[in-house]
Ligand binder design. Structure first.
Ligand SMILES: [Cu+2]
Length: 168
């Protein structure tokens, strides 16, 4: 029995294939563009599992090393560190975003430009210890995120208000 037949057989007799079993949804996956010579890139996404699960790994053909990174305050400085797994509570969207969790791509093979895509494979482990691979296509986007724009705009507005003596 070849793989395709085996898959069809498994579906036919009601064995849930892992990719369907855990019901993992990944949305809005993107990777920050890189500057020439930059060898690392950060990927962000939102991930939700219908059942209690853990994100236990990630890989990509675009980079030699792919790690899950979290941020931790150390000596009053926010520092990123590799974490071995991240809990995905059932039905709760876990957000990877700038300044928070991210997928760190190290030793990338080539610079990442806007409009390109980066394939990511996430490994998710269910409460039953079964692992599944979740294939994700991340869009490469320019470094300036909406949050950054908003921050800058807010600062400017506040300065203007102060200058005008406005009482908002
Ligand atoms: Cu990092």
């Amino acid at each position: 029995m070849n793989i395709r037949n085996l898959t069809a057989f498994a579906i036919a007799i009601g064995i849930a294939m892992p990719i369907y079993a855990a019901g993992v949804t990944v949305t809005d996956a993107w990777v920050k563009t890189t500057a020439p010579g930059q060898t690392t890139a950060a990927a962000y996404l939102q991930i939700k599992s219908d059942t209690p699960a853990k994100l236990v790994g990630a890989s990509s053909p675009a980079a030699k090393i792919v790690q899950i990174h979290g941020m931790k305050m150390q000596d009053n400085v926010m520092q990123m560190r590799a974490i071995s797994s991240l809990d995905l509570p059932a039905g709760k969207t876990v957000e990877f975003k700038p300044g928070s969790y991210h997928i760190m791509l190290s030793e990338i093979n080539q610079p990442l430009k806007p409009g390109e895509t980066v394939p990511l494979t996430l490994t998710v482990e269910g409460a039953d210890k079964q692992r599944q691979s979740v294939e994700v296509t991340a869009q490469v986007r320019a470094a300036a995120t909406m949050e950054t724009h908003d921050d800058m705009k807010d600062t400017g507005d506040m300065n203007n208000m102060k200058g005008m003596g406005g009482g908002y």
